[in-house]
Design a protein around this ligand. Structure first.
Ligand SMILES: Nc1ncnc2c1ncn2[C@@H]1O[C@H](COP(=O)(O)OP(=O)(O)O)[C@@H](O)[C@H]1O
Ligand SMILES: [Mg+2]
Length: 259
């Protein structure tokens, strides 16, 4: 669909002029912004703009398997990260392993879009839990349908790099901190389930845990398996800094600390 066609659409006319102009820019920049937006998502972004929750979409940060992330700016000139879950290409196989067995969500009766919206909500709630658990992570701001707004981690010019892409000055300190975060999550009965040097951002020498959509409660049938994998990913990564650790001992300590 061309941007002209989109803007001539009845539903888009419902938006005020300013939102239309901004959306037009987004659509116009489709190549830069990727193929992300279906109609409903566009309308939703337009609504976020006319509701003055965001003022503009600045640039894409990442195009992942299931979601695209953009930097946005609020009317108060603050940056936000906008995670837009793609409704067309999200892989259900991947999700299934994490949502089955999570009593907080019911998926059975929902259609494709509904499931994705639940998934976005799940990430929002998990981010909220992390705040309560005092785990450093982007603070959740809002979740509307398949769009999740959260605190942006990074500078005015660029988002914070992933742990895998930085050189650490004090790797032991960062390792210890990540272990503390895992323990705090576990205390809140949550296992990240995709923890690795890809899903930790480094900003001002501090680690931030991200990408928590798939995090599961510990009564999930595979939670131990996920926790072991998380521990493995982290301990394996830190070997390059000569930090040696006993995965099994870490696992046992985490699990027994719970009570
Ligand atoms: N709050 C944020 N602030 C800045 N950059 C972010 C934020 N959240 C995610 N990113 C960037 O977007 C990338 C993908 O985000 P992530 O949540 O891991 O989604 P995916 O499911 O695509 O892996 C991250 O690796 C990071 O570079
Ligand atoms: Mg990720």
């Amino acid at each position: 669909m061309s941007s002209d066609e989109l803007l001539n659409d009845k539903w888009l006319k419902k938006l005020d002029r300013q939102s239309q102009v901004i959306l037009d820019r987004v659509v116009f920049n489709r190549k830069t912004f990727g193929e992300v937006f279906d109609r409903q998502t566009l309308l939703l972004l337009g609504k976020l703009i006319s509701d003055k929750i965001i003022n503009q979409i600045d640039f894409p940060i990442s195009t992942g398997k299931e979601a695209n992330i953009f930097r946005g700016t609020t009317p108060e000139n603050e940056f936000v990260a906008i995670k837009i879950f793609r409704t067309s290409t999200m892989t259900f196989k991947h999700i299934a392993a994490y949502i089955e067995g999570d009593p907080r969500f019911s998926y059975g009766y929902k259609n494709r879009r509904g499931i994705i919206e639940e998934w976005a909500k799940k990430e929002y709630k998990n981010l909220d839990l992390l705040q309560k658990a005092k785990v450093r992570a982007p603070a959740p701001i809002k979740c509307v349908h398949n769009v999740l707004l959260m605190e942006y981690i990074g500078t005015a010019s660029k988002p914070a790099p992933m742990l895998k892409d930085v050189h650490l000055k004090d790797p032991q300190k960062i390792f210890d901190e990540i272990m503390t975060f895992m323990a705090r999550m576990y205390k809140e009965k949550l296992v990240h389930a995709d923890l690795s040097a890809f899903n930790i951002l480094m900003f001002r020498q501090k680690p931030y845990i991200i990408d928590v959509g798939q995090a599961v409660l510990i009564d999930h049938p595979s939670s131990f398996e996920f926790l072991k994998r998380d521990i493995h990913n982290i301990t394996y990564y830190f070997k390059k800094y000569d930090i040696e650790s006993d995965e099994q001992a870490i696992f046992e300590k985490l699990v027994n600390k719970k009570k």
